[in-house]
Structure formats: structure tokens, C-alpha cells
Design a protein around this ligand. Structure first.
Ligand code: GAL
Length: 635
């Protein structure tokens, strides 16, 4: 007998069927939640058994219910709806105050329904979640069949769409003071073209100077753009100064000339996919590049302007890959991007076709690498897609093979091209992405702008963070902030502001690439403040690239720490609960001594010397980030 049943028996309770709740606030990644129907509108059916009542949804989905301590239990029969046959795989999770209280384990199409019974005693909030079980959301039609809450007699349940808390105020990115930003270490292959725009902001006009530039490089003092070729391998410490009407700033930027040094810090840039999907065009890419300069993103170190799927046509008779009508002249586009001191990225697949059904590089790898070099491409995202039909099996040899082939092709051209592997984490790519010559590798399926998707990906990355570091980064997918759309029309982001703060804090602590996925011509102030916070970018771009230590405090809150190159420690406090919570961390628990100096990064506020530790209120689904200690720059 379940203990909730005993309790229920001793109390006056009543049942509230799940389908009677207000489902408008249920967030899901495909389709709409259906009352007593599958997501496609058919009668609910799991493992050949029909159910009269329940809710049909689609992964990833979340329904958040305010129970206020008045719920006793939840029960349901869950599974993948029979309308997808044996396809689809999901996991159902019931969370009590932000902690998983019940998990179904992975359920696949065709399997019988699993019985869910959970005590909800004392719960303030209950979340009913369906995840994609880590393999993408395709065919994930999920049913909460015969689902009902048992509540105290007369109690009502309220469904809420989002945390009701006010967004945390973060510092404005706007300041007159002259300031240098961006990577403190950049790499190049000896003898190949080098391009780097020194990131700086402040009241214009700015003037740049550099002392100690290696032979072969020249600086344009008006734009801060450094160009040339470094002939010899070596490490060059360049003293950079920027001055303007609002003062001066100085820092040493280390230039490393050697093999495989293109991503000494995680890439900062933009990618067209989360905003434009397959409707990307040269005009949209050009607009993005211009926006890098106009908004200050370039001034903060963002440099890669990356075209995702949707630029390709077929091949010419000689086999050369062709651009479609949306990209009339790729070389001219690259020239324009380079003139701004920025870099251009492109996308392809080792398979015959890309995920969007466009031309892939299969059997044309060398020719494509040469074409990219001829156009002036600086970054390649190489997406598995249809290579699944070519690979003999799922063995490591087969998973690695196509990535090695393209690595060799890229090595043979006279151009530095950052190599981004995309195969959704198959075969634990973080363990071997570096061995096949990747500069970064996707660790997950596609992200979307829901708390379930973003936080599910982000918080799970802590345990594989140790595999990432300079020249080989885990890539938990592109940022979902600002106006997104995955197609021709854009819409506001579905993450709340606090959730977006969590997103950027997580990715920064993870040293994950910041590849913005929104319409840069429609950046609002909040999104700019998120993306151009100097302190947060310093953590993300930290030259040591150390993995964070993740500590789960067991109440839906987490403390993450990371050692930085200047001897300080980044400390992030996360609250995965729906409601605000106080999070405390003692200095002794994270190896800090005395009363260190503390900087509140999101608010850009110096807290002075702080004894003992931190105790802070963290908004629901929100985060705070601090820099602890007195910086002693390593160079
Ligand atoms: C997916 C990939 C996405 C995007 C898309 C393009 O496989 O994960 O990030 O590149 O293909 O078709």
C-alpha cells in the first residue's frame, strides 16, 4: 500500500483530472496539448490499450501546477501514443518543488503504459514533464493517460505558465568608459592568413596601438583590426592599448602560432539556425555581420558569423558545390564580413544530404574544403544528418570516420577553418572529438527555447565538463535568447528573463561557445545586457578553460565554481525551483580562505571584502554569478 493512499484515506480528498486543468499554459515543443486526445487528435492509446481520459502532449513538455501544499497525490498511466507505432522515446518526470519525485525511465513507442503514483504531500509546486529522452523530439507523442491529482476537499489547483517573479535587474552593457574585452589568447597556424578585431567599447573615436606584434602582422589603429600571417610558430605577448575620449584600457593579448590552436577559448559568434532555419540568406547574414559592429557585439569579442543549413544548391558538372539563389556570391559575402574584421562560418554534412535535405559533402570532402578556402570561410559546422545511411554501424570507428576525412581535407588547404563537429553527442563524442581534430563538438540534440530543453541540457553538462578545454570544447548547442523562429518569421523568446540569465550563466560557467541564435537586427536592451556583460564574458573566455565543479545542494539549488586564470574563482548560484530560494555557500566549502573581494557579475557591483561566504536570494529559475578573490593576471 502506498503511504499517500493511507494519508488520503484519513483525509477528505477529491480527484481533479489532469485534462480539467487549464492546459493553455502547458509548454511543449510541438503541437498543442489535447484534452483526452493524442497530440494528433486521436483517441489516447498506449501499448494497444485505449484510454478515455488524459492529456496528449509532445516532448519536451512541462505543465506547472501551484499546489500550495493542498495536493496529496498524482497518478497516471504514461507512455508513447500508439499513433507513432514503435517510434518515439520519452521520459515522464514528476517534480515536487523542483526535484524529481518520480521518473518513468525511457519509454518507447509500442511499449505498455507505465503506472505512475506519486505522493505530493507538502508540495508547493508540481511539474509534469516529458523529456525527449536525450535523442531529439521526433515522434515523441506522449500521453498522460487516466491522469489525476488527488487534492484536499475543496482545494483548487492553479496552472502557471512561468515563474511569477519579477525578472532580476542586470547591469546595462552601455558605458562610456573605454574598455577592452574578448579573448586574451588567440591562435593561428603559422603561415596562414590571420584576422583579429581587437574587441573594445567606449565613447568613440577609439584608437588602438599594439606593442610586440609578431612579424607578419599589422594593426589598423582606427579599427583595431590585425591582419597578416605569422610566419613562425611561437607565443607572442602583445601589449594592446585602446584610448578614446573616455579614457584608456590596456591588456596583454597572447597570440599563439602553432598547429590546432584555432579555438584556444570557446568561440563567440552567431549562427543562423535558431532564428532563420532554412530561410537564411546572404542578406540576413550581412545584416547580422553589420549588427555585430553596430550593437557592440564585435566590441565584446563576438567574431564568427555562421551560416547554418540552407545555403547549398547542387553541384556543378566538375563536382564543385553550388550556392542557391539566396547566396549569389559567397566570396563577396566573405570579403564583406572580413572587411569588418569578422569571420564567416558555413555548414555541411558528411552524408550525401544535410538535415534540411540540401547537398552534403559525401565523396566531395577535399573539393568542398578547397571551395570553402577559396571563398574565405573561417568555420565549418559538420553535421552528421544522412551519414547514418553510409555508416556501417554505430561503432566508434564508423562514428569517427567521416570527421577524420574532413579533418584531413581542412588540413590540406591554406586557410584556418575552425572545425565544429555536430553529431548530437553520439558515442560520447566528448571523449574523442579532440582525437579526430575537432575544435568543438555538439554534446546534445537540438536546443529550443523552453525551460525543460535549456535547463535539461545545461545542468546535465556539468558531469562531462572535464572533457572540455582549450582547443576542444563541449558545445551544448546555440543560445536561445532574443527573437527566435527557426524559419522565415521570428517570435519572442519563450524563456523568461530569469531563465535566460540562467542559460547564459550556465553556458559561461561551462566555457561553452556563445553562438547567438536570434535576429540581431531586433536586439532589445535586455538581450544586449545578457550578451554583453563584461564579467560574464571574461568567465566564458577565460584562458585556462578549466571545467566547473557542480554541487547539487539537494533542494533544487546548485553551486558551481570554476578557477580562473587570474587566481580568482567564479561562483554561480542556480535555483531550479519555481520559487525564489536562499542559497548559501561557505568559503571553506569551495576552498577559499579569508575574506575575499567579491564582484557581483550580473549587476557589475563590487561587494568589497566578504567574510565567511555568500548567502543570496536567487529568483526561481534564476542565477547569480560572482567573481571571488583579487585578480592577479597571469600575463
Ligand atoms: C540539425 C542540427 C541543427 C541544425 C539543423 C540544420 O541536425 O542539430 O543545429 O544545424 O540540423 O538542418
Amino acid at each position: 500500500m502506498w503511504h499517500w493512499a493511507l494519508i488520503a484515506a484519513s483525509l477528505q480528498t477529491q480527484a481533479i483530472p489532469m485534462e480539467d486543468l487549464d492546459l493553455k499554459a502547458m509548454v511543449q515543443e510541438w503541437g498543442q496539448p489535447q484534452k483526452s486526445r493524442s497530440v494528433d487528435g486521436r483517441p489516447l492509446s498506449i501499448g494497444g490499450v485505449r484510454f478515455e481520459r488524459g492529456v496528449g502532449t509532445h516532448a519536451s513538455s512541462t505543465l506547472t501546477v501551484l499546489a500550495d501544499g493542498k495536493a496529496v497525490a498524482f497518478r497516471a498511466k504514461v507512455g508513447v501514443d500508439d499513433e507513432v507505432g514503435t517510434r518515439g522515446s520519452v521520459e515522464f518526470v514528476v517534480l515536487k518543488d523542483g526535484r524529481a519525485a518520480w521518473r518513468s525511465g525511457v519509454l518507447r513507442g509500442g511499449q505498455p503504459a507505465k503506472e505512475c503514483q506519486v505522493s505530493l504531500q507538502g508540495a508547493k509546486t508540481v511539474e509534469l514533464r516529458v523529456t525527449d529522452a536525450g535523442d531529439g523530439i521526433d515522434y515523441d507523442h506522449a500521453d498522460w493517460a487516466a491522469a489525476s491529482f488527488e487534492v484536499l476537499a475543496g482545494a483548487k489547483l492553479r496552472v502557471v505558465a512561468r515563474p511569477e517573479e519579477a525578472p532580476m535587474k542586470i547591469a546595462s552593457h552601455r558605458r562610456d568608459r573605454t574598455e577592452l574585452h574578448g579573448p586574451r589568447i588567440v591562435g593561428t597556424t603559422p603561415g596562414r592568413p590571420f584576422l583579429f578585431r581587437i574587441p573594445a567599447t567606449g565613447k568613440s573615436p577609439l584608437r588602438f596601438s599594439a606593442n610586440g606584434l609578431p612579424e607578419g602582422l599589422t594593426l589598423d589603429p582606427a579599427t583595431g583590426i590585425v591582419r597578416g600571417r605569422v610566419p613562425k610558430p611561437g607565443t607572442y605577448d602583445v601589449k594592446v592599448e585602446v584610448s578614446g575620449p573616455a579614457g584608456k584600457d590596456r591588456r596583454t593579448i597572447r597570440i599563439v602560432a602553432g598547429k590546432g590552436k584555432l579555438a584556444l577559448t570557446p568561440p563567440l559568434g552567431w549562427n543562423s539556425w535558431n532564428v532563420w532555419g532554412l530561410s537564411v540568406s546572404a542578406d540576413k547574414v550581412r545584416d547580422a555581420a553589420r549588427a555585430f559592429v553596430e550593437t557592440g557585439l564585435a566590441g565584446h569579442g563576438y567574431q564568427y558569423v555562421n551560416i547554418d543549413d540552407g545555403w547549398e544548391a547542387g553541384r556543378a558538372p566538375d563536382g564543385e558545390v553550388l550556392c542557391n539563389e539566396k547566396f549569389p556570391d559567397m566570396k563577396a559575402l566573405a570579403d564583406e564580413v572580413h572587411a569588418l574584421g569578422l569571420k564567416l562560418g558555413i555548414y555541411s554534412s558528411p552524408g550525401p544530404k544535410t538535415c534540411g535535405g540540401y547537398e552534403g559533402s559525401y565523396r566531395h570532402e577535399l573539393q568542398d574544403a578547397r571551395t570553402y578556402a577559396k571563398w574565405g570561410i573561417d568555420y565549418l559546422k559538420y553535421d552528421w544528418c544522412s551519414y547514418g545511411q553510409i555508416a556501417k554501424d554505430g561503432s566508434l570507428v564508423e562514428l569517427q570516420k567521416p570527421y577524420k576525412v574532413m579533418r584531413e581535407a581542412l588540413d590540406s588547404v591554406d586557410r584556418d577553418i575552425v572545425y565544429s563537429l555536430c553529431q548530437y553527442g553520439m558515442g560520447d563524442v566528448w571523449k574523442w572529438g579532440n582525437l579526430v581534430g575537432g575544435d568543438l563538438w555538439r554534446t546534445t540534440g537540438d536546443i529550443t527555447d523552453t525551460w525543460g530543453s535549456m535547463s535539461g541540457i545545461g545542468f546535465a553538462q556539468g558531469k562531462i565538463a572535464k572533457y572540455a578545454g582549450p582547443s576542444g570544447w563541449n558545445d551544448p548547442d546555440m543560445l536561445v535568447v532574443g527573437m527566435v523562429g527557426w524559419g522565415p518569421s521570428v517570435r519572442p523568446n519563450r524563456l523568461t528573463k530569469n531563465e535566460q540569465i540562467t542559460h547564459i550563466s550556465l553556458w559561461a560557467m561551462l566555457a561553452a561557445p556563445f553562438l547567438i541564435g536570434c535576429d540581431l537586427t531586433k536586439l532589445d536592451e535586455f538581450t544586449k545586457d545578457l550578451l554583453m556583460n563584461h564579467e560574464i564574458l571574461e568567465i566564458q573566455q577565460d584562458p585556462l578553460g578549466k571545467p566547473p565543479v557542480q554541487r547539487d545542494l539537494g533542494d533544487g539549488t546548485e553551486v558551481w565554481t570554476r578557477r580562473l586564470w587570474d587566481g580568482t574563482i567564479a561562483v554561480a548560484l542556480f535555483n531550479r525551483n519555481f520559487a525564489a530560494k536562499e542559497v548559501a555557500v561557505s568559503w571553506s566549502s569551495i576552498g577559499v580562505q579569508g575574506s575575499p573581494r567579491v564582484l557581483d557579475c550580473w549587476r557589475r557591483k563590487d561587494l568589497g571584502r566578504v567574510p565567511n561566504g555568500l548567502r543570496q536570494r536567487v529568483p526561481g529559475h534564476g542565477a547569480l554569478v560572482f567573481k571571488v578573490g583579487t585578480p592577479k593576471p597571469a600575463w
